[in-house]
Design a binder for this molecule. Structure first.
Ligand SMILES: *Cc1c(COP(=O)(O)O)cnc(C)c1O
Length: 224
């Protein structure tokens, strides 16, 4: 089965999952996660018409997507990995959506860069719903205050929330928690669900699902 076949299968599964819970399939966007895969592997997906992609490293994405953007128009690139404050300039240049805003220093730095570049990527706050020490994201109990800080102190519009549940736990309580935080803060978009659990995430309200290996195949080297 080719990468394009798996893309089409995944899109069909997303549409079924949405329809099964009475949602319009058009409200769920597939972010195809292409980290570790070279541009040659991504090009067929673009040729097949897909436009929304995710990468988790700024450096890796810059080289790969500069070339692809010269060939294909209308690309929407999401940063789904942790962002260092010394990389916000490159992040604002490279990405259309930044899903990993999780601390004041990053929020401030993004606000300055966006002003400087006159570019406004959409911003999501990452929530560490499992409070895992090694994982990026604001703690659930700090999420309301952090969203308020982004909005009021940094003047940023927060359009979504993102989470990556612990690998060894049921994902549904984490998805439900993220949906709750979004609702009480008036945040519209929910980025949750990966290859193994995107259908469940759709049931719980996801409108962005981030699917990598189910489309691209197994990654060759481990991610930090
Ligand atoms: C790698 C990654 C994904 C995709 O994971 P798969 O299990 O391969 O679908 C989704 N979200 C984030 C934040 C990732 O780093």
């Amino acid at each position: 089965m080719s990468i394009v076949d798996r893309l089409n299968d995944t899109k069909a599964a997303i549409a079924r999952a949405a329809a099964d819970c009475g949602r319009d399939p058009a409200t769920v966007t597939l972010v195809c996660v292409t980290k570790t895969f070279p541009a040659e592997d991504v090009a067929p997906l673009l040729a097949a018409g897909h436009r929304v992609f995710g990468e988790n490293r700024v450096q890796e994405a810059m080289g790969k997507w500069q070339g692809l953007r010269e060939t294909f128009s209308g690309i929407e690139l999401h940063l789904i990995g942790p962002l260092q404050s010394n990389k916000t300039k490159e992040a604002v240049e490279t990405f259309d959506v930044i899903q990993s805003v999780d601390r004041e220093k990053i929020a401030q730095s993004l606000a300055e860069e966006m002003k400087k570049q006159g570019k406004r990527p959409r911003l999501f706050v990452q929530v560490n719903t499992g409070a895992e020490p090694q994982k990026a994201g604001v703690l659930p109990q700090d999420a309301d205050a952090f969203i308020a800080l982004c909005r009021e102190k940094c003047g940023l519009k927060i359009s979504g929330l993102m989470c990556v549940p612990p690998v060894d736990e049921q994902a549904s309580p984490h998805f439900a928690l993220l949906a709750d935080i979004a609702k009480r803060n008036g945040v519209r978009d929910l980025s949750m669900g990966m290859s193994s659990d995107y259908e469940l995430a759709i049931q719980l309200g996801a409108n962005y699902v981030r699917v990598g290996s189910a489309i691209m195949g197994a990654r060759e080297y481990p991610q930090p």
